[in-house]
Design a protein around this ligand. Sequence first.
Ligand SMILES: Cc1cc2nc3c(=O)[nH]c(=O)nc-3n(C[C@H](O)[C@H](O)[C@H](O)COP(=O)(O)OP(=O)(O)OC[C@H]3O[C@@H](n4cnc5c(N)ncnc54)[C@H](O)[C@@H]3O)c2cc1C
Ligand code: SF4
Length: 467
Amino acid sequence: MTVLRKEAGYRPVKERIYDFGEVEQTLNEQDRKLQASRCMDCGIPFCHWGCPVGSKIPEWQDAIYRGRKDEAYFILNSTNSFPEITGRVCPAPCEKSCVLAIHEEAVTIRENECSVVEQAFEAGIVKANPPQVRTNKKVAVVGSGPAGLSAADLLNRAGHTVTVFEKNDAIGGLLRYGIPDFKLNKSIIDRRLELFAEEGIIFKTNVNVGEDITKDELLDSFDAILLAVGAEKPRDLPVEGRDLDGVHFAMDFLMQQNKTVAGQEIPNEIRISAKNKNVVVIGGGDTGSDCVGTSIRQKAASVTQIEIMPKPPEKRSDNNPWPYWPNTMRSSSSHQEGCERRWWISTKRFIGEGGKLNSMEVVKVEWAQDESGRWVMSEMPGTTEIIPVDLALLSMGFTQPVHVGLLELLKLEYDARGNVKTNDKKQTTVDKIFAAGDVERGASLVVHAIEAGKVAAKNIDEYLREK
Ligand SMILES: Cc1cc2nc3c(=O)[nH]c(=O)nc-3n(C[C@H](O)[C@H](O)[C@H](O)COP(=O)(O)OP(=O)(O)OC[C@H]3O[C@@H](n4cnc5c(N)ncnc54)[C@H](O)[C@@H]3O)c2cc1C
Ligand code: SF4
């Protein structure tokens, strides 16, 4: 009752925009204990309900407060294979459902999570723990994002021999080549991967399953297969001028930057650079905000982020009460770094000269509910404007997994949204093939992918033991 919420905060803007180091800072150990002591150990901890991996939050807050580093880490790790990653990038639905948040500021659960793992690594508590007994069952995990890695960890712990295939040149999925280094330093992923490898997980990069390994080889060589290939099909904006040089998908831009930070050379002919350019990021979500931070670090002349939806309210509305996720205005560290944000803006066309983008036509829109309660958008007359832009980054989300290739070859069924259809055991419609993460849920969050990997691992293990 006497300790107020204290966040570690970010490095100063004028310092952090010159590098790709993580922006978030850390509290000292004493302050961290005080923050953990704010947890009331509620009889019914809604944070535990709000966390998709069901983290036993009050228990490890108590362990932090009492200085029991190993206990805090083991409780945390018992529901989450890599809390050092959620501790950095999770939007923390747990905090939105923290009972303190009804009348006060929530416990700093996400930051506490990160500090538990960092202190555990520092104290040498986190060690490889290979399984004592092997089952001689072989599992292929296709895709190395958080869903695939979470499942691989648990299946390996159960004694199965797990091979993770990844089409890219490095393991991690969107953790590696989507989320920028200023939110998640890639050495954090490598540190965990080293332990996984020591524990016996086999990693194969640069292997596009379906091309480099045929579908039949896959089915014949493994007792069970987990598809964790993500939802890689980006939503496009098929308006006039879409083909102009200067209009790109956000992921192409972000991936190049992460590769550059990793020391790879991007050939000039394909390099997408924001340097000295007027950048417009189309899409107001998290991927868009990552494009903002990346453009600022690449020394863009200006950065504007536009969103077609209305500006969210500052406070919860009556029909969006605690403990649900609040549909309120959110700002990231990147937004503080110098970006104009605009809502109710729709893109009409891209304009260019000699094949090169130089401006775009946008219009203000309004949203109203029709008789059936559906929200309908209409353009506001007389609000058309031309804005200068040299680089437009399309970050309007992802529509579904890529069907062409592996998924088509396996003849899997899809749900109405084009995601791979699974039952509650994450089984697809084809025997011995399971699916987890964005591929079956649609583009979502790291913490949801981790949970999906856990559910798939449990059910693959049961499937293999019954065989
Ligand atoms: C730019 C960006 C920023 C994000 N930031 C956050 C954030 O801050 N917090 C958060 O919670 N979530 C964030 N997300 C969402 C989060 O990253 C995803 O929801 C999560 O990574 C999905 O995990 P996944 O394992 O299902 O798939 P992915 O991470 O997409 O991994 C799928 C992997 O499968 C591989 N693959 C595909 N096909 C094949 C094949 N045939 N053979 C071999 N490999 C294959 C792909 O190359 C990829 O590496 C962000 C997403 C993006 C795009
Ligand atoms: S994984 Fe996310 S929701 Fe769960 S405790 Fe950590 S920050 Fe909260």
